[in-house]
Design a protein around this ligand. Structure first.
Ligand code: NAD
Ligand code: DAU
Length: 357
């Protein structure tokens, strides 16, 4: 990232803030554009603010005037696009904002970046890296091979469909205009700074608070878990080494059933969590009615990024999960304010009427 002047969208969210913290220290300039939705937290980046080569801008990726202004004002050559509505359950209850942010927002960024790139004489070094998800490929059966980059798109949730739409727009801008784009499709991330609505932090915090641990359906759904620092290093690698127009799948070679993760979290919390309200915490496990349209299994074939770019995940899951639990235990000051009235309303709406199976 040494000389690059980078616009990071969604840099106050989970993966974006980890990327800013771990990969942008030596960039020529780092400009974070984030609307600070419920999922964005400026405090996460507070210690980075100050130096001249860092700026935080509160604003919306759908605001074309603002985006164009930032690209020119800061002489941006690289956009790394994390900003999105990211939670599947919210996309089921409130899909409109997913289409707006994920599709219209990505289109707005692409248009602004295209004009900026053309105005600057189409420099070879410009890049637009779009951070996407394995969910665009749909659901695997237990004995299917993992998704490769050529797997057909088959999104099943409004979230996945909106991400698929944004991927198609990025692809079209490369093919039609020659815009130097890159797409990464990654599996489930875990690690520090993840918003409490997602499986791993939700289970950790519920154990600390003595609340039921809501496992959807039969708990046999499988995700391919990757530590967020590995995702960030993969993105940095793609940015440095990949040819424009390329897409890469990123994953952890680490398929785990939901119920096994919850059991592992219970064991870690019993060991590390001190005086817990309920012990052993596995007594809190509660099977609840399934998420509508719940994808059964995701798994990524990462042979292409390993072979072509030399990237592989470095964390093993047991160590990464232990570090993550330790991080949540020692960062109550970070997550406690996120359990706001607004979050309690969300939680009651999603889980309140979900009687145990
Ligand atoms: P997140 O929900 O934690 O953070 C999203 C960030 O985007 C927040 O800071 C939010 O304020 C910001 N944002 C939302 N709407 C915006 C708008 N209109 N304008 C500007 N900023 C806006 O998400 P995350 O988990 O960090 O995911 C980041 C990206 O990675 C997303 O594109 C997601 O689809 C993708 N992804 C996530 C995972 C995962 O496991 N979390 C895996 C693969 C891909
Ligand atoms: O696969 C990549 C995707 O991973 C990203 O694109 C998404 O942005 C990210 O949110 C994540 O989506 P999932 O739906 O897989 O993550 P979530 O943490 O919501 O759920 C993980 C699994 O755990 C899933 O099978 C649903 C289940 N689950 C989740 C919650 C919140 C439960 O059983 N109970 C819960 O309370």
């Amino acid at each position: 990232m040494k000389t690059q002047r980078v616009l990071i969208t969604g840099g106050a969210g989970f993966i974006g803030c980890n990327f800013v913290r771990s990969c942008c220290q030596d960039a020529g300039a780092t400009i974070v554009l984030d609307a600070l939705t419920y999922a964005g937290n400026r405090a996460t980046l507070a210690d980075l603010e100050g130096p001249e080569n860092f700026a935080f801008v509160e604003g919306d990726i759908c605001d074309s005037v603002l985006v164009s202004k930032l690209l020119t004002q800061y002489a941006i050559d690289t956009v790394i696009h994390f900003a999105a509505e990211s939670h599947v359950d919210r996309s089921i209850s409130s899909p409109a904002v997913f289409v707006h942010t994920n599709v219209v927002g990505t289109f707005t960024l692409l248009e602004a970046f295209r004009h900026h790139w053309e105005d600057e004489g189409k420099p070879e070094g410009f890049r637009f890296l779009h951070v996407s998800t394995d969910e665009v490929f749909g659901s695997l059966n237990f004995d299917d091979p993992p998704f490769s980059e050529t797997a057909p798109y088959a999104p099943n949730s409004p979230y996945a469909a909106s991400k698929a739409g944004s991927d198609h727009l990025v692809r079209a801008y490369f093919h039609t205009y020659g815009l130097p784009t890159l797409i990464t499709n990654c599996s489930n991330n875990y690690g520090p700074y993840q918003f409490p609505e997602k499986l791993i932090p939700l289970m950790c915090l519920n154990i600390l608070l003595g609340k039921p641990l809501p496992v959807y359906g039969d708990g046999q759904n499988i995700r391919d878990w990757l530590h967020v620092e590995d995702h960030c290093s993969a993105i940095a690698t793609v940015l440095q080494k990949a040819a424009p127009g390329a897409t890469y799948n990123i994953g952890g070679n680490n398929q785990v059933k939901n119920i096994d993760i919850v059991e592992q979290l219970c064991a870690l919390m019993d060991e590390l969590g001190g005086d817990l309200p309920t012990s052993p915490s596995r007594e809190l496990i509660t099977f609840v009615p399934d998420r509508p349209g719940h994808d059964r299994r995701y798994a990524m074939d990462i042979a292409k990024i390993q072979r072509e770019l030399g990237w592989s995940p470095s964390y093993d899951f047991a160590t990464g999960l232990r570090h993550t639990v330790q991080w949540y235990l020692s960062h109550r000051d970070w997550w406690q304010p996120l359990l706001s009235d607004q979050y309690q309303t969300y939680y009651a709406d999603l889980y309140g009427d979900r009687a145990a199976l």
